[in-house]
Write a protein that binds this ligand. Structure first.
Ligand SMILES: Cc1cc2nc3c(=O)[nH]c(=O)nc-3n(C[C@H](O)[C@H](O)[C@H](O)COP(=O)(O)OP(=O)(O)OC[C@H]3O[C@@H](n4cnc5c(N)ncnc54)[C@H](O)[C@@H]3O)c2cc1C
Length: 545
């Protein structure tokens, strides 16, 4: 029965261009050398703010299902997805989000790809997992040139081919990664999976892999980079789903994980029973080989977390602009302005850091300083941006009040996804310890990090003072492991502040330095000092429909 008129509910945030609505992203894309991809980002932004929102809802409402056997009892080990999952995959593969820098190795390619990935991740995050792993596998695979010659054209194809068939007959292929075992994920040296040489073994040689993996996401990928113990120690292998003779490899999916979030994506437990694989890189050098992949997936964890924060900001500022309480729109209420502005600030700092980091991947090949910077900044930024996301998501959700607690608002999905990026590819502590390891290797890495911060010297006195204190803190070696989170957090804040000062928006840089460096801030979001121009920060971030 139509009993009443619906009042004071915001219009849905859809049919908007995710890229065009994001000034911080567009400015950063240009600044970091990927401006040539703006048209592509615009095209993708329209889809991400339109039909892809529905695909994302459908793919998460109907999660993947494991089919271990066919109707006749034959093992098939296939996973069935909702058609919306395949639409999302087609979209991202079609725009080369899994391969752009390898297909088009031009300046700014990693920055361009980061921007495109950031845009699509706001529509749906789960399908980003196989996209990210395929992108990241290529640099590791290149350590075995004949395997790269065979597989790289498949992994970089922009045709999404979901058919469960041997990769050689498909128009495109995807790659996963299987490192984590039941007894340990961070400490992969504890892996028990065994690799037995078939024939003489050696780089590119054939091996039989026996053991298990406790987390193997996107098991419908066509091949996986897998760690296993061979005679010479932990080694990296390329393990395809199908054998060269066209039969299935001995790769058995035991079950799919029932996960907190990331539900559109399948994450499985697998057993290898003498599965056929080929060695990538030198035997016994599995970690240095797969680390190439891990570094790129860490970059993607940053992109995903920054995208999640941006999505939270878009939803929260949009809602507050259209919803009134106590006689004013929410975004005119001073306390709500403080919360929103603080969320916008955190999101902008994450976006700016993500794009600068992506540029280090663009420049790293020919520039030792950028390589050192990428080595340490990947871990520093990965730690901090991923750590901030869950708190940010919870606060953004609250800006929508009760509506934010309801699935249709998309905020519960964002909230459930948020802790994941910090667990993936080195959980918080492990990443902080990795920063210490990077700094212990030699002074070049620390020098490259501070050189980046020093480019903003004189731009803000609080940043200069904070950097000086940080140098002193790094100069002390007592209790370093216990202090690792404190130290890495401060490194991240100094870097973000320097990037914001350099980016040139005075109000944003000033608010960041006052609150994050100078201590003029509480423990919760919404505690910016009254000197901050909150309305400016909100208007800068709010999507204008
Ligand atoms: C949804 C999902 C999908 C995944 N997909 C994949 C996949 O496709 N492939 C894959 O290989 N893995 C995958 N993983 C596994 C993931 O990479 C691991 O869970 C992660 O590396 C942590 O390993 P763990 O779970 O064994 O935890 P542990 O290694 O047991 O760590 C537990 C906790 O202890 C901390 N810790 C560990 N060592 C130290 C130390 N020395 N000092 C202080 N603290 C320490 C960690 O930071 C963490 O907080 C996935 C995980 C999830 C949740």
């Amino acid at each position: 029965m139509p009993t009443h008129e619906v009042l004071n509910q915001p219009p849905p945030l859809r049919n908007y261009n995710v890229f065009e609505a994001d000034r911080v992203l567009a400015e950063g894309l240009e600044r970091e050398g990927g401006g040539w991809a703006a048209d592509r980002a615009r095209q993708l932004g329209a889809i991400a703010g339109g039909e892809a929102i529905d695909w994302g809802m459908q793919a998460n409402a109907v999660p993947p299902v494991l089919r271990t056997h066919d109707r006749y009892g034959n093992r098939i080990d296939e996973v069935e997805f909702h058609p919306a999952w395949h639409r999302l995959m087609e979209l991202s593969v079609g725009h080369a989000l899994h391969a752009l820098p390898w297909r088009e190795p031009r300046p700014g390619a990693h920055v361009a790809r980061a921007t495109l990935f950031f845009v699509v991740a706001q529509a749906e995050a789960g399908h980003g997992c196989p996209i990210s792993m395929t992108y990241s596998a290529v640099p590791a695979l290149r350590m075995q040139p004949e395997l790269a010659r065979e597989w790289e054209p498949r992994f970089t194809s922009t045709h999404y081919d979901a058919r469960p068939l041997p990769a050689g007959v498909k128009s495109g292929a995807l790659c996963g990664m299987a490192m984590t075992e039941k007894q340990g994920g961070s400490d992969v040296r504890a892996n028990t999976t065994r690799a037995r040489a078939l024939g003489s073994g050696g780089p590119g040689g054939e091996y039989a892999i026996t053991g298990h993996k406790w987390f193997c996401s996107a098991p419908m990928c066509d091949a996986f980079l897998v760690l296993a113990q061979s005679e010479r120690g932990l080694s990296c292998f390329l393990l395809p789903r199908w054998l060269p003779d066209g039969t299935r490899n001995r790769f058995y999916i035991q079950r799919l994980k029932d996960k907190l979030g990331n539900r559109s994506n399948a994450s499985s437990e697998v057993e290898f029973d003498g599965a056929w694989a080929r060695l990538v890189g030198a035997e016994g050098r599995g970690v240095p080989t797969i680390i190439e992949m891990v570094n790129h997936t860490r970059l993607d964890c940053v992109i995903g977390a920054a995208a999640g924060m941006r999505h939270g900001v878009a939803q929260a500022t949009h809602h507050a602009a259209h919803r009134a309480a106590f006689g004013k729109r929410l975004f005119e209420q001073p306390l709500m302005q403080n919360v929103l502005a603080d969320l916008c600030l955190e999101s902008e700092a994450a976006t700016v850091a993500m794009l600068r980091l992506a540029r280090a991947y663009d420049r790293g090949a020919g520039d030792a300083g950028e390589q050192h910077f990428a080595r340490i900044a990947t871990a520093v930024i990965k730690y901090w941006v991923c750590k901030r996301w869950p708190v940010h998501a919870a606060e953004a959700l609250e800006c929508l009040g009760g509506n934010g607690y309801v699935e249709e608002s998309l905020m519960p999905r964002l909230y459930r996804e948020a802790p994941l990026n910090s667990i993936w590819e080195g959980s918080g502590n492990v990443i902080c310890l990795d920063v210490l390891r990077a700094m212990a290797r030699g002074p070049e890495v620390v020098d490259a990090f501070f050189a980046e911060i020093e480019t903003a010297r004189g731009g803000d006195r609080r940043l200069d003072a904070f950097t000086g204190a940080l140098r002193r803190e790094l100069g002390r070696f007592d209790d370093m492991e216990t202090r690792a989170r404190r130290v890495v957090e401060r490194m991240a804040l100094a870097l973000q502040a320097a990037l914001l000062v350099r980016a040139g928006n005075q109000q944003v840089a000033d608010a960041f330095c006052a609150s994050r460096l100078d201590g003029d801030h509480g423990l919760a979001f919404g505690t910016l000092p009254p000197t901050v121009d909150c309305a400016h920060l909100i208007e800068r971030a709010r999507p204008q429909l």
